[in-house]
Each structure stands twice: as structure tokens, then as C-alpha cells.
Design a protein around this ligand. Sequence first.
Ligand SMILES: [Zn+2]
Length: 283
Amino acid sequence: MTSDKLTAARRTVLRAGVVIGTLAAARLVLGQDGGPPAPPEAARRARGLTGRTGPTDGTATGTPEAPRLRAMAGETSRSGPGASPPRAEVAFTLPGRDREIALTFDDGPDPRYTPEILQLLRRHRARATFFVVGECALAFPDLLHYIAEEGHTIGNHTWTHPQLTALPPGEVRAELGRTSALIEEILGSAPTLARAPYGDWDPLSLAVCNDLGMSPVGWSVDSEDWTRPGPERIADTVLDELGPGAIVLCHDGGGDRLQTVQALEWYLPELLDQGYEPVRVPG
Ligand SMILES: [Zn+2]
């Protein structure tokens, strides 16, 4: 099962679900009856907390072998004057003006690809959103600074990229909380956006996301760059499926992303020519 099919199935569940009360019970129901059965491969991945597979196939040489033990900073949350509550529902498109779209890059940062993507975005004066994996952010904090200084938004993509819906509640909180704490430690402010690995949310993980001050983000266009179909195919997929308000899923880490970079070089000027405006996902 591909990640987008899994996501589509989950969307149905999410739209039907209401995030209230007895979340552990809700998860039990979802897991047994309400949701699609987890694919064996995904379940296998989810059991290995250090495995970064699927769309992230774990081949990234820049990935640290294991997250270093570190003191947990206090769990972060959006607070203070002017803070707005996070969205409860997963955003699959932008609420903004007609020609705005959002390019999103998951599973980094990766020193082989993230800087090249940042340079392309700079060249075309485009903004994007990067959903980073905690253990990669820990390994490459300078890349987090680089992303932020270029004016892009950094979101939370968990610490080790597990399937959140297969984890007990405490581990869901640890995966998201530890990553938010690290981002806050590096950049001085906690992320206000999160994306679940494989786009796989359930009421419990959504509640944890909200509790940590983050709005959940999905996507409407899967570039399928992680399947490495060739840069032309990736570019065609993005351009064919793009529409006003689209959120585009791409990857700057988790494996060989050379095709992602090459495709971006191709489709970014083209979508600009078509009048689209790449913006950050609003927090
Ligand atoms: Zn991912």
C-alpha cells in the first residue's frame, strides 16, 4: 500500500472521527474496526523505532546511527500573548488566495539535498515548509538555521519517523514532544506545524499534536518523488496535479533525493510561469 493510499483511507477515518474524550479508547476502536488494517510492511516499520523506511527508506548516509541521549527540554507549547490555538483538523490544502500553493519537504534535513533545494528556492524567491525528523535535526542543526534564515517554515515530522497510529500514547507524545523541544532549543521557538509520517493521523496523535501547540498538515499532491520515477515524471506529476491551494509533498531526506532536486529545478520556474505563488503553510 502506498503512503497516499493509506492517507486517503485514513482521511476518511479522520473526517468521520471527532477528537474528544477517551482517546485511548478511540484508538482501540480505530485500530480494530474503524480504520483500514495497517499494511504488514508499515506495521513492521512501525515496530522498529529507529527504522526510517517507507517514503524514507533509511538509506540516507547522513542519518545518524541512533539518536544520542539528551536531556529532555520541557515540552513545548504555543503560548503567550497573541498565540492562537492550533487547528484541530488536518489541512490538506491552503486557505489562502487563489494562486497560492505550498511546497513541503519531509524527512530532512540532509546535507546532500537540503542546501540544493534551499538554493533553488532562493533563486526563484519561493517559500516552502520543511517537516524535519528530530534525529536528523539533531545531527544537522546548522541546516535548521539555514532553512529558517532563508525564510522558510520548519515543522515537526517526529523524532524517528514511526507510524504514529501503531504506537502507544506515551511514545506518540515522546516522538512529537522531543522533536518540538529540539527545534525550540535550536531555533528559539517551537514549531506550530506537524506532519505525521505517512500522513497517518488518528484522534490520539491529533490530540497530542494540538496539545503541543501544533496544527496537523497533510497534502493534496503527492509528487511520489520517493519512488524515484525520474525527475521528469516527478515534475509532470506536480504540474499535472497542481491547483490553487495545493499542498505538495516532496522529500529532502530519507534516501537518495537527487531526482527531487532535479525535478524542482524543472517544475519550480514552470509553476511560477503559470502564476502560482509558493508560500509557507500558515501556522
Ligand atoms: Zn516522512
